[in-house]
Design a binder for this molecule. Structure first.
Ligand SMILES: [Zn+2]
Length: 51
């Protein structure tokens, strides 16, 4: 059992169509910077409403 990676250390690896792609230096996972922001800034995430 290991704790889930919180992706604290990331590096920008690519930018395409206005989307930044970052790679986690700890777990080597690649994801969009947008996803990372939504995961770390949860303060207003509950404001969303389904269309
Ligand atoms: Zn990670």
């Amino acid at each position: 059992m290991q704790p889930p990676c919180s992706h604290q250390r990331t590096e920008l690896i690519a930018r395409r169509d206005g989307v930044d792609y970052v790679e986690c230096l700890d777990c080597r996972q690649i994801f969009e910077a947008e996803d990372l922001e939504s995961a770390t800034a949860e303060k207003s995430a509950e404001e969303e409403e389904p269309a």
